[in-house]
Design a protein around this ligand. Sequence first.
Ligand code: ADP
Ligand code: MG
Length: 293
Amino acid sequence: MNIAILSRNPALYSTQSLVNAARKRNHYVRIFDHMQCDLVIEENSPCIYYHGQRVKNIQAVIPRIGDSATVYGASVIRQFELMKIFSTLKADPLLKARDKISCMQILAANGIAVPKSTISNNVMTIGQMIDEVGPMPVVIKLANGTHGLGVMLAEQKKMAESIVEAFHKTKQKVFLQQFIAEAKGADVRVFVVNNEVVGVMKRQAAEGEFRSNLHRGATSEVIQLTEAEMKVARKAARVMGLNVAGVDMLQTSRGPMVLEVNASPGLEGIETTTGHDIASKIIKYVEKNYNYI
Ligand SMILES: Nc1ncnc2c1ncn2[C@@H]1O[C@H](COP(=O)(O)OP(=O)(O)O)[C@@H](O)[C@H]1O
Ligand SMILES: [Mg+2]
């Protein structure tokens, strides 16, 4: 097959891992920087130009879209959809997953447990919405942060109020969330491909830190999930419409609580921690499904 990978940087671990896995299985691979794709939209022969050349003979695309390129990246993916080319990530699920507020709402609508979250767009009612998720401390999140950046813990109510007000002032979408102290700075990353759990790791935040992102210095280890936990992770990916997903959840006495579903989850942490060749799982998923769009 001819497979295209959308990636801004061919040197990234995730991109390299996918390229190697595809080549090992005798596919021809091209890497396109999505920000350099020009789109021609029309009903009969929509197409993409890359560095001035019309893109031809691609059977499947594997997008790796970073958070700085979400909107244009989604347009490029939608263009591949318009051209009837199979994509492991569709435009709509990408946009939904990149907005943590939509993600929380979709999960909750499908009966998946999430930490109680509140939003207020009104200076007068922020205090009330803090009380809803309290007692203090409470978590404050930017709707579109990643790698733990944009996730804060406010110890006092006054502090939480001023942080939310400051973000409103800069027109940033922000929401409040109940702090799940019993997670003790750990979370679980579940990698799901085509409704199957292909890798699980527990991440423990660095000393003095509650965010367990590897980018924030967390350590990771392999753990075994219960059937019930795996079911929740698979369901979270499914209801978000993601066939390749990184589901982040907290383990609590009430069962797993899903924090977010990542649409372009990194491969480095999960492959090196688990020793699983997850890139090959993605390529095999493409091989089985590229004809059915
Ligand atoms: N409500 C919460 N209670 C406890 N810890 C949390 C909560 N929300 C986030 N965290 C911690 O912060 C990390 C980052 O939060 P997350 O919502 O996954 O945002 P990001 O997209 O930045 O990874 C999580 O992996 C978890 O360790
Ligand atoms: Mg996360």
